[in-house]
Design a protein around this ligand. Structure first.
Ligand code: AMP
Ligand code: MN
Ligand code: MN
Ligand code: MN
Length: 289
């Protein structure tokens, strides 16, 4: 398997905050030319068996996936896990614990929005949540678009739900160490997701990668839907500097919202170890091609 493989190792289904089912995503990935796929729902792996079964049936190689919410230096950092065992009990328990605070947080977000003059958003957001355990800011964003408060979800995040804006509630997720350990102990590889999206200073970012690696983290997302070409080059350098493998994923959520479709990504920059090289034994090979 080479560096130009069309791997898409980051996307979301209705099990978290995507709008397509795992089955629909598998079909979309295949028809977009994806050769190796992972569904990476936020803090939840209950869509994995469906994703893997459909992928294998339609001729698409598959890696198990998840995107775990962590808190590092008061910011939310997402850690993607790839190629872990689905029946690992500590991983299930860790994810259940991570999901735990979401309902209370959502109620606090709704209370804050109500104080800002926008009532009824908890019930509104819940209607969009395919999985009530996983109510997220994205579901609030869809409700605020549907009710005409904003024109699209990007505007919602600019005006609401982000630090300093109405509807933002600080939340303590898993620690970096916990997330990396859950993934590693289940036989998987941990990946720092979309590193350019965090607002760390250079020193803080250095601390993030140093600690991540110290806990057993092995890869970084270099090519993602939310990185510019320059950011891909920056994080290719980071991967080489820290001896991390490189991952590639669209972070696709919805045909109506996502700017990058599944599989529609640049190749990895040269002289990197693709994360799928570390995961050869973990790939669930398709039964039909
Ligand atoms: P949550 O896990 O509830 O904090 O929601 C996080 C999700 O909201 C992310 O996975 C994205 O899907 C979405 N999101 C967060 N920030 C933004 C943003 N600035 N613009 C668009 N979507 C965002
Ligand atoms: Mn999301
Ligand atoms: Mn993310
Ligand atoms: Mn994501």
């Amino acid at each position: 398997m080479n560096a130009t493989l069309n791997a898409d190792l980051h996307c979301h289904s209705v099990v978290s905050d995507g709008t397509l089912t795992p089955e629909q995503l598998a079909v979309r990935a295949k028809s977009n030319g994806v050769q190796l796929w992972a569904l990476t729902d936020h803090d939840e792996i209950s869509g994995q068996a469906r994703a893997a079964a459909t992928a294998q049936a339609i001729g698409l190689d598959y890696l198990t996936g998840v995107e775990i919410s962590t808190t590092f230096l008061h910011q939310t950092v997402h850690i993607v896990g790839l190629g872990f065992d689905l029946d690992n009990v500590p991983l299930w328990q860790g994810l259940q614990q991570t999901r735990g605070g979401r309902a209370v947080r959502a109620q606090q977000m709704a209370d804050d929005l109500a104080r800002a003059g926008i009532p009824g958003t908890f019930e509104g957001a819940l209607k969009y949540a395919g999985n009530h355990d996983l109510i997220s800011r994205t579901h609030f964003a869809r409700h605020l678009v549907e009710t005409g408060v904003c024109k699209d979800t990007y505007e919602v995040f600019r005006k609401y739900l982000t630090e300093g804006k109405p509807g933002y509630v600080e939340h303590r997720w898993a620690t970096l160490k916990e997330a990396v350990s859950w993934i590693r102990n289940a036989g998987g590889v941990a990946v720092v997701a979309h590193p350019a999206r965090y607002k760390f200073t250079a020193n803080e970012e250095f601390a993030l990668f140093t600690e991540f690696k110290g806990h057993g983290g092995q890869a970084v997302e270099v090519v993602t839907g939310s990185h510019s070409a320059a950011e891909c080059i920056t994080y290719a350098d980071t991967a080489r500097e820290f001896g991390l493998a490189a991952s590639r994923g669209s972070d696709f959520h919805s045909p109506d919202e996502s700017r990058t479709d599944m599989g529609a990504l640049p190749n990895l920059p040269p002289q990197l170890t693709p994360v799928w090289e570390l995961l050869q034994d973990r790939i669930m090979r398709a039964t039909a091609h």
